[in-house]
Design a protein around this ligand. Structure first.
Ligand SMILES: [Mg+2]
Length: 210
């Protein structure tokens, strides 16, 4: 079955923002004596929306729920600061996305981040013009690891999920893509997102389902 669309996760795939989110959340939590360790962030929290991370901290470590709204706003402001300081276009990504587009693939983004962060990061990295749709955690009821974000992206692209290749970097996103019935390319870092790797994954997916 032919692949017609490629849907990218954002953090850890198109934007190297793990560290930014980690630092921003810890800076906000620090006012109240809480921190998330690097190990916990990488194994458990990475790729989850801030509101889910705060919920987990309340369940597991007694963070008062009344602080969630304030902490979310503070964390968001720190994330925006980091984006303005550090987010830059990467030639390899512009090359990859523009080439896929020229080859006729529809391109989408599916992220557990909020809409304003998605739009800001895609603008600052010069990728927004290549994307036919962007789905944030505000566009669905259930974030990843539920399939909703990828199902919505496929729907907006007008492509069946099984004709989409999803590019993901972590467990929550992989589970979401699999549950949606999409094909998968798993990458370890933003540097792995290269045209030849994506084309190879497309050929593999087409062969696997032929
Ligand atoms: Mg990710």
């Amino acid at each position: 079955m032919a692949i017609e669309a490629v849907v990218f996760d954002m953090d850890g795939v198109l934007i190297d923002a793990k560290e930014w989110h980690y630092e921003a959340l810890n800076r906000a939590l620090g006012y109240f004596g809480y921190t998330i360790s690097r190990a916990d962030h990488l194994t458990t929290y990475d790729g989850l929306p801030t509101r889910r991370k705060l919920e987990m901290l309340s369940e597991e470590r007694g963070l008062p729920r009344g602080l969630h709204g304030f902490l979310s706003e503070l964390k968001q402001q720190y994330t925006v600061d980091q984006v303005y300081l550090k987010c830059r276009p990467m030639f390899v990504h512009e090359y990859t996305l523009s080439n896929l587009k020229a080859r006729g693939y529809k391109l989408g983004l599916g992220s557990n981040s909020i809409r304003s962060t998605v739009e800001l990061m895609m603008r600052k990295s010069n990728l927004i013009g290549y994307l036919d749709t962007m789905v944030s955690n505000e566009d669905v009821k259930r974030p990843k690891p539920h399939p909703d974000i990828y199902l919505k992206a496929a729907e907006q692209l007008g492509v069946a999920p099984e004709r989409c290749l999803v590019v993901e970097d972590n467990q929550n996103g992989i589970r979401a893509a699999e549950a949606a019935g999409c094909h998968l390319l798993v990458v370890n870092s933003v540097l792995d997102v290269q045209l030849d790797r994506v084309l190879q994954a497309i050929r593999l997916a087409e062969g696997a389902s032929a």
